[in-house]
Design a protein around this ligand. Sequence first.
Ligand code: GLP
Length: 248
Amino acid sequence: MIIYREKDYDAMSRRAAQVIAAEVVHKANCILGLATGSTPEGAYKCLVDWYKQGLLSFKDVRSVNLDEYKGLAPDHDQSYRYFMQSNLFDHVDICPENTRVPDGLAADSDAECAQYDAYIRSLGYVDLQLLGIGRNGHIGFNEPGDCFIKETHVVDLAESTIDANARFFATRDDVPKQALSMGIGAIMGAKKVLLCASGEEKADAVYRSVCRPITPNCPGSILQLHPNVVLVADEAALSKLIAAGVAL
Ligand code: GLP
């Protein structure tokens, strides 16, 4: 695992954007696995800036997103499709038909999940998978549990995740209780993983993911088995690794 220790959120965002941009420059028709949440917002801003400066093109890029809330329409302002449109897709030259986010409104969610996996397989898996991490160690919406789930699946969100994401909704009751999430199989099938984290509240999840035993109780810990992981994090998120002498 390569660890980039950055000073703060802005530096983390810039470094993460550099890793993504390097992939796009190196392979113009790469497959990007994309993430939502507060963590990647700054990186997406950098990518949009660089696109506007003519430094990058997404013309031949295809993307698959990690997850979507079940029951939210694409135009709901808290849906992950809406997030991707407003933070990245609407501002760069990616072809709309080359972007995929699980359909939160699919009448048959299980069929949608199976189709999502079939699509990822048909692409030959992802070249670069961007990940944030939940405070409880979740990646995508793979919540802590008794086992790792390989396939894209419908998830019952953990109460702690609902609490953490309530800040984006008018009330806690408005937070969907379920989501469709890419499974561990597609994430681990990526040729490269870019894990990003910022802030003290992620320090424990980062530490458990990098230094502690691999367990489905901390889904991020499975990344220890991936041969090509880049961790980009700020000092607050790395604080436990720094204390343990791992990220100096
Ligand atoms: C969300 C998303 C994850 C994200 C995580 C952390 O629930 N499903 O993909 O990595 O929680 O979010 P944030 O970056 O806002 O802390």
